[in-house]
Design a protein around this ligand. Structure first.
Ligand SMILES: Cc1cc2nc3c(=O)[nH]c(=O)nc-3n(C[C@H](O)[C@H](O)[C@H](O)COP(=O)(O)O)c2cc1C
Length: 476
């Protein structure tokens, strides 16, 4: 149900009742309460904004069906979109529908999904691949894990529709080893789908074949980057390579490859079922549909939420999240290690790709961390830089040495050993690493520093020795 901070939750559908933080010894009284008894467990409220402001497309059946039984997915209309695609639509009609929906990649970059599908479909050759990126390495993010654990068939259905649309009969799900339950449920789901003739050869007695294999990653952040991920599936070291060529042109084993995020695929069945125009009616002009966020940090209600694009940060944090328990919001971090910190003064920023980028952050894959006045923003920048320093693959010099140096500079500042020259150098090095790194890990790594320098410069100045002498560096 997503209301993780108050779990374990028990919902009694027929009575529209919710119990929170349920203990094993309270279970019996909850059953008795269905027949008029009194439950000893604490009751929750299903009408609070945390639930009522959500629009659930990706998570429409999460928590409502048993993810280990394909029959339950089929009973709520599951696999009908795949059936409709292979029997009633041509591959280009499927792609047209995805284009019309305006869906953009949910893995961080926001590239238009329909356009990517069309590019792979146009490529010559009869060996093409579909890859589902379930690496999910951002600290604090667990959206994709939750989708895979609660509704694995939805992701498989999205992948199979993609396979039909682009002319691929083989797919891989790349999922990190730290997600054993997701892996187990995916394995079960694949076996069940095969048994029903939904996966494998001649799916739904059509002329199409589609099979999915799982590849387990060892849990390196860089392996979420598409070219590194492909290298890892091929059995090589997970290092990125320059693009172009993009995977759509030359991907897995040199073949045209469609790579999309878990949430991107999980949107597909609903788009085919309800139509691209329906999907495009939700959200903003340039960011359509919904986005799943992992709302965490200093906020009363934390957990997973699926919200329509265009909702403001204020609505998410103050209404859905119930605000900061003791004190005020200071900043909101979105976009993980490549994202940035948006100050409380900008809480009315709408959640869409462009607005978040303009604010110096990014949509990212869906991590959203709320910080209160007790948080040191320089410490926050150091936390993310430490992560990038640990996770850099070392292939390109700007990222390999830049993240180490940036981390050292932040440590110096926090130890009150830095001066204004160091602050200017910090910004200069951020720009260099951003502009010259090989992949998104390096180009995004300076963002948490740059955004905190932009909005919380005074915290850096307070920490430097000689902030009363000389000129304060110009910071954009
Ligand atoms: C360092 C790094 C890590 C990434 N990690 C992920 C990830 O865990 N999951 C993901 O879907 N995309 C990740 N991406 C983005 C992928 O490279 C790729 O753009 C994405 O899988 C494409 O899918 P989409 O178009 O559906 O978003 C990462 C990119 C970088 C640079």
């Amino acid at each position: 149900m997503g209301f993780c901070g108050n779990g374990p939750l028990v919902e009694i559908d027929s009575q529209n009742k919710l119990y929170e933080k349920v203990k094993p010894e309270e279970a019996a009284s909850i059953i008795e309460a269905i027949d008029g008894g009194t439950a000893t467990a604490a009751t929750g409220d299903l009408d609070i904004p945390f639930f009522s402001k959500q629009v659930r497309i990706v998570r429409e059946t999460s928590g409502k069906i048993d993810p280990e039984r394909i029959e339950e997915y089929i009973a709520v209309g599951g696999y009908q979109s795949l059936h409709k695609s292979v029997h009633d639509m041509t591959p280009s009609e499927v792609i047209e529908e995805i284009k019309r929906s305006g869906l953009r990649g949910r893995g961080g970059g926001g590239y238009p999904t329909g356009l990517k599908w069309a590019t792979v479909a146009k490529m010559p050759g009869d060996r093409k691949y579909v890859i589902c990126n379930a690496d999910e390495g951002d600290p604090g993010a667990f959206m994709d894990r939750s989708v895979l654990e609660s509704d694995p068939h939805r992701v498989l259905e999205g992948m199979a529709i993609a396979g039909y649309a682009i002319g691929a009969n083989s797919g891989f799900i790349y999922v990190r080893a730290e997600y054993p339950l997701a892996i187990k449920r995916l394995q079960t789901a694949i076996l069940q789908a095969k048994k029903y003739g939904i996966m494998g050869s001649q799916i739904f007695n059509s002329g199409c074949d589609f099979k999915v294999d799982i590849r387990v990653g060892a849990g390196a952040f860089v392996c979420g980057e598409e070219t590194a991920l492909i290298q890892s599936i091929e059995g090589g070291r997970g290092n990125p390579r320059p693009r172009p060529p993009y995977p759509a042109v030359s991907g897995l084993w040199g073949c045209p490859t469609l790579i999309n995020n878990v949430e991107s695929f999980a949107n597909i069945p609903a788009i085919i079922r309800e139509g691209g125009d329906w999907y495009a009616s939700i959200g903003t002009e340039t960011s359509k549909g919904t986005k799943v966020f992992a709302l965490t940090g200093k906020v009363r209600n934390n957990g997973l939420i699926e919200v329509p694009m265009g909702i403001t940060l204020r609505q998410i944090v103050e209404e859905m999240g119930g605000g900061v328990p003791d004190g005020q919001v200071k900043a909101i971090q979105t976009g993980g290690p490549s994202g940035g910190c948006i100050p409380a003064s900008m809480l009315d920023t709408p959640v869409d790709y462009e607005s978040l980028t303009r604010a110096g952050s990014m949509m990212g894959s869906g991590g959203m961390v709320v910080m209160d006045e007790t948080t040191s923003m320089v410490e926050v920048a150091k936390f993310y830089m430490e992560f990038c320093r640990e996770e850099t693959c070392g292939k390109c010099i700007p990222c390999r040495t830049g993240t180490v140096q940036l981390y050292a500079m932040l440590t110096k500042i926090l130890n009150r050993q830095a001066n204004q020259k160091d602050l200017a150098k910090l910004e200069e090095l951020c720009c260099m690493v951003k502009e010259t790194s090989l992949c998104g890990l390096g180009t995004g790594a300076p963002n948490p520093i740059l955004s905190t320098l932009r909005y919380f410069q005074e915290e850096y100045l307070e920490l430097i020795e000689d902030n009363s002498n000389g000129k304060v560096p110009a910071i954009n």
